[in-house]
Ligand binder design. Structure first.
Ligand code: SF4
Length: 429
């Protein structure tokens, strides 16, 4: 059986044109997907039942035992952290907020280690964004700043920019100019029309120089800014001002380098300057397929997008204090529930060591680096494969993620619902 228009639950592009072939409730072929999508849909590493660490290794336990362990762990903790959420659907994120509130814990998503600074900047100066469809059909200048879509979002350029047809462009491939700004020549830089190589940590200075040139104050810009010549900057500004519609996409090369949220704020203000001459927009390249959804769900439920602390009985938000890495580095939390992310693979060593010391439960379909730190892992159905739900694309468009095979395991939503129900019962609510 072939299933068309399947949504890929891997990266923030949420491509919705995959064709999946299913035989006897097993996926046997994936068409239209990139290599990352193929690996995800064809993965056979799913755990069959919950596991618990013993002295020598692991033992299989029932879902009831695993859920009861999680309930007891969260209720016994003084400062529980519920982390991850970017690799699960919105309905599960919603229950996660309820669980955090009930135990007075902290809920944080992977945002705090990726585009958290983008959100801080947007809170200060707003977000002149648009949909990816608008970029595809209108943009004749596209800038990738501090990101490498050919490797991290493999179909971004073919679906929305460089190689995509545009409704309002006669010959999109020839008309469109692609500019890459990065500290090294990436795969994406090699296919760009113009590559600006900047010195590490020089983003803020280059953005400021571009803004000055757009404003007609180019004479204050020195001959070279962070390794980029003034003549190249002037050429880029001319290209941008001559565009009918320009789009900037930026990644962690901008948000997580020196300057952090100030870089993003400066980029947004550059878009503002350019929009006095033409139309320009800016969009963060979100990584996990539903990290944007975690920000949406947390915001409409608590008022804050990530790093939310309920220990005062109300939602409190102070990234840098209430974000997962800071809590773990201070050894403040005494239990952790991890879902839809793999901090064992990405967090700094001190944080990972603390995770290994405290009771930790992982809800994830497959063994990950975080499994090595956990006491219990609860396998679940995979959203977009054998579980359905709602996700938000990197441009903020909500998309329904369907299941393509029948599940043999409960999904995130069902497991969290059981945990929440048992907690309420224990608290007599
Ligand atoms: S680009 Fe991202 S969403 Fe699209 S198929 Fe590849 S991994 Fe999936």
């Amino acid at each position: 059986m072939k299933i068309n228009d399947v949504v890929c639950p891997f990266c923030g592009c949420l491509c919705d044109d995959l064709e999946i072939t299913v035989e006897h409730n097993r996926i046997v072929a994936v068409d239209n997907g990139c290599t990352l999508a193929n690996a995800k849909f064809m993965s056979k590493e799913q755990l069959a039942s919950p596991i618990r660490r013993t002295g020598e290794g692991w033992e299989n336990i029932s879902y009831d035992e695993a859920i009861q362990y999680t309930v007891d762990m969260l209720l016994d903790a003084d400062r529980p952290l519920l982390y991850g959420w970017s690799g699960t659907h919105g309905e599960a994120q919603c229950i996660g907020v309820h669980v955090s509130e009930l135990v007075g814990g902290i809920i944080d998503s992977t945002t705090s280690v990726c585009h958290g600074p983008s959100i801080l900047a947007i809170q200060e100066v707003g977000h002149p964004g648009c949909t990816l469809g608008r970029v595809k059909n209108r943009a004749d200048v596209v800038i990738y700043w501090g990101c490498n879509p050919l490797e991290a979002h493999p179909r971004h350029m073919s679906r929305y920019t460089t190689y995509a047809d545009g409704y309002f462009l006669q010959n999109a491939f020839r008309e469109r100019k692609v500019i890459v700004v990065d500290v090294r020549e990436t795969e994406t830089a090699r296919v760009a029309d113009e590559f600006i190589r900047i010195k590490e940590g020089g983003d803020y200075a280059v953005l400021s120089a571009l803004r000055a040139i757009v404003r007609g104050k180019g004479d204050v810009v020195p001959e070279s800014v962070a390794g980029v010549s003034r003549s190249q900057l002037e050429r880029i500004v001319t290209l941008c001002k001559d565009a009918k519609f320009g789009a900037i996409f930026f990644g962690l090369g901008l948000t997580m380098t020196r300057g952090k949220y100030k870089n993003v704020r400066n980029a947004i203000e550059l878009v503002d300057e350019l929009s006095r001459h033409t139309k320009f927009t800016i969009t963060p390249m979100r990584g996990h397929w539903n990290v944007y959804g975690s920000n949406e769900v947390f915001t409409w439920m608590t008022g804050y997008p990530y790093a939310i602390d309920f220990c005062r009985g109300i939602a409190f938000y102070n990234p840098g204090e209430t974000s997962a890495i800071d809590l773990l580095a201070r050894k403040e939390c005494d239990a952790c529930l991890i879902i839809g992310s793999d901090p064992g693979a990405h967090f700094p060593r001190g944080c990972v060591e603390h995770l290994a010391e405290i009771p930790t439960v992982v809800i994830d379909p497959v063994p990950t680096m975080t499994t090595a730190l956990a006491d219990v892992q609860i396998p679940v159905a995979v959203s977009g494969i054998d579980a359905d739900g709602t996700a938000y694309r990197m441009d903020g468009v909500p998309i329904r993620v369907r299941k393509v095979i029948e599940p043999t395991l409960p999904n995130d939503r069902e497991v969290l619902k059981s945990i929440h129900a048992k907690m309420k019962e224990a608290k007599g609510q």
